[in-house]
Design a protein around this ligand. Structure first.
Ligand SMILES: NC(=O)c1ccc[n+]([C@@H]2O[C@H](COP(=O)([O-])OP(=O)(O)OC[C@H]3O[C@@H](n4cnc5c(N)ncnc54)[C@H](O)[C@@H]3O)[C@@H](O)[C@H]2O)c1
Length: 373
């Protein structure tokens, strides 16, 4: 199969869909890889690195879009790329089709086969192409707290670490999932007193088994949360808050319980989600204050660590890209219900239920389509 990788058009997106080690695997499996000039630069990979891995460097994105079978990218398809969509093209990327209505319409209209990283499942009911980014976001969230706690960055001047003769800071992490555990690993390793909250006992138990002794596990209820709000120097919100929920876990009033200089790092960063006062921010303008409490709500934390993010993303997506390329997309979809879960559009039909419900569009089940493959 001919596989193309283009430079990302999204602002501040420095990741690349595949790193050179992934190119080697695709080539070893008999495929051809075409990569747009400088596509890997933001992640620290030169054209030379890709050429050595066996890829062909192409000057213009349009020459890739126009000629390949599988377009492999990181973020959604942008309006200036809609013209390249065609019915014999496979698009494999984070598509977020319920958020980008215009893109969804273009994908359907073109008849292309599009598969969304974020909707591919696994046997544990998790999202294996999302979780590597969550771990990075959790770790990056702690590093942001470390940065913004510094006096020179307008913070309280507290070093979020165990310093001899000084009481260790208290950090509360809400959610023991992928991002919560990522944050906890760093916060605990720095010697902070860490509280991890969850409503799922098994999630807490699994985290407890791998975390050091300076981490306490506390059931997430109102009384325990209030206690943590009063004691903590940092609250890291790492829970997946259903978009349909109208209530919050931390209300504006609750910010008044927090210590002066304390901060909220909202990794989940849903606008008025678990944290009522949250609204998503960017790396350019990452923080704001509400009721005197610093809020950090950057919605693409992993892009700050583009090389690490590209490596983990490329490793996570490669087995699916290989299955598509080796078997052909129809057979790969037929064989793997988890890949099929990510099927967003096929032959002019919308095949992702959540998007159909959210956008009020007609839905065709990918499982029904699989009978036709
Ligand atoms: N800001 C970014 O750049 C970025 C990057 C990746 C992921 N995210 C977001 O981070 C969020 C978390 O992702 P994840 O992969 O860690 O999720 P996850 O599903 O792995 O973990 C979420 C955890 O929260 C727990 N939880 C649910 N309700 C709770 C409550 N009321 N109190 C305490 N715990 C509760 C769940 O039991 C689960 O253990 C998601 O919204 C995701 O979209 C943000």
């Amino acid at each position: 199969m001919q596989i193309g990788v283009v430079k990302e058009l999204k602002e501040n997106e420095y990741r690349v869909a595949i790193v050179p080690s992934g190119v080697v695997e695709l080539i070893r499996n008999g495929h051809e890889v075409y990569i747009e000039r400088d596509a890997g630069l933001g992640s620290g990979y030169s054209d030379h690195d890709y050429a050595e891995a066996g890829a062909t460097i192409v000057a213009k994105a349009e020459d890739i879009w126009g000629n390949v079978d599988l377009l492999y990218k990181v973020k959604e398809v942008f309006p200036e790329e809609f013209k390249y969509l065609r019915d014999d093209l496979i698009v494999f990327a984070y598509l977020h089709s319920n958020a980008y209505k215009e893109q969804t319409a273009a994908l359907i209209a073109s008849g292309c086969t599009s598969i969304a990283y974020e909707d591919i499942s696994n046997d544990q009911g998790e999202w294996p192409l999302l979780s590597p980014m969550s771990e990075l976001a959790g770790k990056g969230g702690f590093l942001a707290a470390l940065h913004f706690a510094q006096t020179i960055n307008g913070g309280s001047g507290k070093l979020l670490a165990n310093v001899c003769g000084v009481p260790a800071p208290t950090i509360t992490i809400i959610g023991c999932g992928h991002s919560g555990r990522g944050a906890c690993e760093l916060a605990a390793a720095f010697g902070n007193r860490v509280n991890m909250l969850d409503i799922n006992y098994d999630a807490m138990l699994a985290a407890k088994e791998i975390m050091p002794k300076n981490v306490s596990f506390v059931f997430s209820n109102r009384a325990n949360l209030v206690q943590c709000l009063k004691e903590s120097d940092v609250i890291l919100n790492c829970i997946l808050w259903p978009k349909t929920r109208k209530d919050h876990l931390i209300y504006r009033e609750d910010l008044k319980l927090m210590k002066p200089g304390a901060m909220i790092i909202d990794v989940a960063c849903d606008d008025a989600g678990a944290v009522e006062t949250s609204r998503s921010t960017s790396h350019q303008d990452p923080v704001y204050y509400e009721e005197g409490i610093l809020h950090y709500c950057v919605d693409n934390i992993p892009s700050a660590f583009a090389q690490t993010a590209s490596i983990t993303l490329s490793n996570a997506t490669l087995p699916f890209a290989l299955a598509i390329a080796n078997k052909g997309v129809r057979q790969a979809l037929k064989d793997d219900k988890h890949l099929r879960r990510g099927l967003t559009t096929y032959g002019g039909k919308l095949t992702l239920l959540e998007t159909a419900v959210k956008l009020g569009l007609e839905f065709t089940s990918p499982d029904e389509l699989a009978y036709e493959f």
